[in-house]
Design a protein around this ligand. Structure first.
Ligand code: F6R
Length: 264
C-alpha cells in the first residue's frame, strides 16, 4: 500500500481529484467506482472545477457507486443517488445511462438487485479505479465488522455507530436508515486500482488498523492489504496513529524516483 500523508483536507481533495482525473485522461472510458460521505465532497467539488476550467471529460466514463441506503423513497434528498446528482453528476457531462448505483428502494427481496449489480459491473469489464472512504469502525463500502472478506454485493445491517455518524445528514425527527446495499469486500478487491481516502482525527484509529493492523473481518478496510495496487491518501489528522509515517514519506519519494508510473 502506498501511503500519502497530506497536510490537510484541501490537499487531500486536490490530490484525489488529480489522481482520478489522470486516470480519466489515460482511459477516457474509465470504469470508475465512487463513494459517498463527507470525505468525498471536496473531491467532487474539485472534479467539477476541473470539468469547468480544464475540460475534464466525463462523456465516456462509466460509474459504479459502492452503496445505497435501503428503504428511502425515490428522490429522498439523502439517498446516495440524490447526493451524487447534487454534488457531481448534475455538474459534469455524464448521462443517466453511464451511472450505476444500487437500487435500495423498498421491496420484499433484494437478492436480485444485488446479483444484477454484480452482473452490471462484470458486463462493464470490471472497475478500473475504485475510490473508498473509511468508517470509524473500519468499514469500506458498508462492510461492517464481521463482513466476510470474500463478500459480494448484498444488503448489510448498519452498526449503531454508523447510523449515528450518518444522523447529521437527516432532519432531526427522521431516523437514518438501518441497512444498506453495499458492494462486498470481494467485489471491491477486484477493482484494478483502489484509492482510500481518510480525513480527520476521528478516523485515525481506523486508518492505523487498516494500514498497519492485522488483516481481519473486524476491520474490513484491512482487507485492502491484500490488494496489489492501493493508494491511501490520508490527511495529517487521520494519519496521527500510524507508526511508520517517516517510512511512508520516504517510500513515496523513492517511488517518485524509481517507478513514477505507479503514482498515476
Ligand atoms: C459511503 C461509504 C462509506 C463512507 C464512510 C465514511 O458510500 O461507502 O464507507 O465512505 O462511512 O464516511 P464519511 O466520509 O462521511 O466519514
Amino acid at each position: 500500500m502506498l501511503v500519502f500523508i497530506t497536510v490537510d483536507y484541501a490537499e487531500l481533495s486536490r490530490e484525489a481529484a488529480r489522481i482520478i482525473a489522470n486516470a480519466m485522461r489515460k482511459k477516457p472510458d474509465l470504469r470508475l467506482g465512487l463513494a459517498t460521505g463527507d470525505t468525498q465532497l471536496g473531491v467532487y467539488r474539485e472534479l467539477v472545477r476541473m470539468h469547468r476550467e480544464d475540460h475534464l471529460d466525463f462523456s465516456r466514463v462509466v460509474t459504479f457507486n459502492l452503496d445505497e441506503y435501503i428503504g428511502l423513497p425515490a428522490g429522498h434528498p439523502q439517498s446516495f443517488r440524490s447526493v451524487m446528482q447534487r454534488n457531481l453528476f448534475d455538474h459534469v457531462n455524464i448521462t443517466a445511462s453511464q451511472i450505476h448505483i444500487p437500487d435500495g428502494s423498498p421491496r420484499d427481496n433484494f437478492d436480485e438487485v444485488c446479483r444484477g449489480y454484480e452482473e452490471e459491473i462484470r458486463h462493464a469489464g470490471g472497475i478500473d479505479l475504485q475510490v473508498v472512504g473509511i468508517g470509524k469502525d473500519g468499514h469500506i463500502g458498508f462492510n461492517e465488522p464481521s463482513s466476510s472478506l470474500a463478500s459480494r454485493t448484498r444488503p448489510k445491517t448498519l452498526m449503531q455507530q454508523t447510523i449515528n455518524d450518518n444522523r447529521h445528514n437527516f432532519p432531526s425527527k427522521e431516523e437514518p436508515p438501518a441497512a444498506a446495499i453495499t458492494m462486498g469486500i470481494g467485489t471491491i478487491l477486484e477493482a484494478r486500482q483502489i484509492l482510500l481516502l481518510a480525513s480527520g482525527a476521528a478516523k485515525a484509529k481506523a486508518v492505523a488498523l487498516a494500514v498497519e493492523g492485522p488483516i481481519t473481518a473486524s476491520v474490513s478496510a484491512s482487507a485492502l492489504q491484500m490488494h496489489r495496487d492501493v493508494t491511501a491518501l490520508v490527511d495529517r489528522d487521520a494519519a496521527a496513529d500510524l507508526q511508520h509515517k517517516d517510512y511512508y514519506r520516504k517510500s513515496l519519494e523513492m517511488t517518485r524516483k524509481l517507478t513514477p508510473n505507479r503514482l498515476w
